[in-house]
Design a protein around this ligand. Structure first.
Ligand SMILES: Cc1cc2nc3c(=O)[nH]c(=O)nc-3n(C[C@H](O)[C@H](O)[C@H](O)COP(=O)(O)OP(=O)(O)OC[C@H]3O[C@@H](n4cnc5c(N)ncnc54)[C@H](O)[C@@H]3O)c2cc1C
Length: 452
């Protein structure tokens, strides 16, 4: 591969950066990765933002590709469906994600996953990681990185895997080669912890993603291997602003989430201590500059977390970037443009679907019409597994491009709406006329994660 002269560097050692480092090492390059934070393997820091994440097929495939899936298997917990905690019903109800054994998502600690990726990147022997190295600005004319501590380092190619606030993206847009916009939601989030029971076990079923849907807001819970759960409250920002005293917080939780509140003795303290985070969708164009700079992951397409896909999409994009670089080794500028042309429609599609899923999670899962549609979709899937799959499953358990999942879901929804409105129509004929679903990526292995 003909590379621009000078070092290949990556800004940011999150999931996208570490994976990209492994791909570049596999392409035969030496790489330096600069990470603004200390080494999370040696310092007790959180890896930034959420504590645990839902890992699904699109993220699993790149992890298989770079050979780390066995290590990841040891740190995941399978979630087989949504456990819905309705306000007026003391017995939660499990809504399975699918009817097939592999239609399962996996709770994984962000810190543990990032540590595995850092170890694996270093184990290639080609990747050097410099921690506490915050890129402040990128000079694309002089090919120099300027660091917050005053250091200056040269580069031939810089890959921006530096998250939603990417300095590499800023450098590209400052050159007039791209534009970006963040659409902020008027909802925010806060993480809390549901501690283990006295004997160390999980207090609620660890093998489900728990949701307490409450219309305008919701609580969700994902299990951690040590017996606790990471709980996230998503709500209008004004709700957070209105909860300023322990009494107000406890009254709110007692009214809305009494079963949860009863199990967390330090709930008000946690609520007051933990930060409230904003939620936004970053839409960017101009993902590269000549053959010198390219962005990947949240740096190019940060999304709201309601489909549990940001990390999965980031890793899928890293794999796509590797594919385009490998296909066009002597013309990286073209490889980078092709990568954007290929991925941008998918990034836009998952951004939209993630926003829509918020409404589905906080209210749809209790709506009889939504449940009837989902029931019919699953029944039709059983009769026509080659032609139809619920949207959630196409996003989470397939590797078809997100944009294709979005347009197929629109066609399917139209058919299902028609069938519900007029039970006399031949819904099976309509479904059978849909184009067949594409095969899974050859690397996708339903048995890759054996955790239970
Ligand atoms: C509440 C919440 C829940 C989520 N849940 C899920 C989920 O269940 N499933 C899922 O798939 N996704 C989820 N996501 C999204 C997911 O966290 C991100 O999409 C994913 O981590 C993006 O990976 P990345 O490597 O592109 O960026 P990041 O993980 O943001 O990594 C960027 C790295 O760059 C470093 N960095 C930043 N700036 C600089 C700089 N100037 N110089 C050097 N280094 C820098 C950062 O310290 C960081 O290590 C969630 C997000 C949130 C907020």
């Amino acid at each position: 591969m003909t590379m621009p002269s000078g070092p290949i560097v990556i800004a940011g050692a999150g999931q996208a950066g570490s994976l990209m480092a492994m791909y570049l090492a596999r392409q035969g390059h030496d790489v330096t990765m600069y990470e603004s934070r200390p080494d999370l393997r040696r310092h007790d820091i959180d890896a930034g933002r959420s504590i645990n994440l839902a890992l699904a097929t699109r993220g699993i495939v790149p992890l298989i590709d770079v050979g780390v899936i066995e290590h990841v298997d040891a740190i995941t917990i399978a979630m087989r469906g949504r456990m819905v905690h309705a306000l007026d019903d003391p017995t939660p109800e499990l809504q399975p994600y699918g009817r097939q054994a592999h239609e399962v998502i996996h709770s994984v600690s962000r810190t543990d996953l990032n540590a595995i990726l850092l170890d694996a990147a270093e184990a290639t022997g080609r990747v050097t990681i410099e921690f506490d190295s915050q890129v402040e600005s990128v000079d694309l004319d002089q090919s120099l990185l300027h660091f917050a501590d005053g250091r200056i380092e040269p580069f031939g190619l810089v890959i921006g895997a530096d998250g939603a606030g990417s300095r590499v993206r800023k450098a590209i847009t400052d050159k007039g080669a791209g534009a970006s916009e963040t659409e902020w939601l008027d909802h925010s989030y806060k993480e809390l912890t549901l501690p283990p029971a006295a004997d160390g076990s999980h207090r609620i079923d660890p093998n489900a993603l728990h949701i307490w849907p409450r219309g305008q807001f919701m609580l969700i819970a994902l299990a951690n291997p040590n017996g606790d759960f990471t709980i996230t409250l998503f709500a209008p920002t004004e709700t957070f602003e209105s909860l300023t005293s322990s009494d107000e917080i406890l009254a709110f939780f007692d009214q809305e989430f009494a079963d949860f509140a009863a199990q967390v003795p330090d709930l008000a303290e946690q609520f007051l201590d933990n930060p409230t985070g904003p939620l936004g969708t970053l839409r960017a164009t101009g993902w590269s500059y000549q053959n010198k700079a390219v962005i990947v992951g949240d740096a190019a397409h940060a999304i709201v977390p309601f489909h549990g896909q940001g990390m999965n999409a980031a890793m899928e994009s890293a794999r796509a970037l590797d594919r385009h670089m490998t296909q066009n080794p002597d013309d990286l500028a073209t490889a980078f443009r092709n990568y954007e042309t290929d991925r941008k429609p998918d990034a836009d599609a998952i951004a939209d679907m993630a926003l829509q899923n918020y409404v589905e999670m906080r209210s749809g899962v209790l709506d009889p019409r939504y449940l009837a549609k989902r029931e019919l979709a699953l029944a039709l899937e059983q009769r026509h597994p080659e032609h139809i799959s619920p949207r959630y499953n196409m996003v989470m358990f397939s590797t078809m491009p997100y944009a294709e999942a979005q347009s197929r879901a629109a066609s399917q929804s139209e058919i299902i709406d028609k069938a519900i409105a007029d039970p006399a129509i031949d819904v099976d004929a309509l479904v059978a006329a849909l184009p067949p679903l594409p095969p899974l990526d050859p690397l996708a292995d339903p048995d890759a994660l054996t955790n239970s």
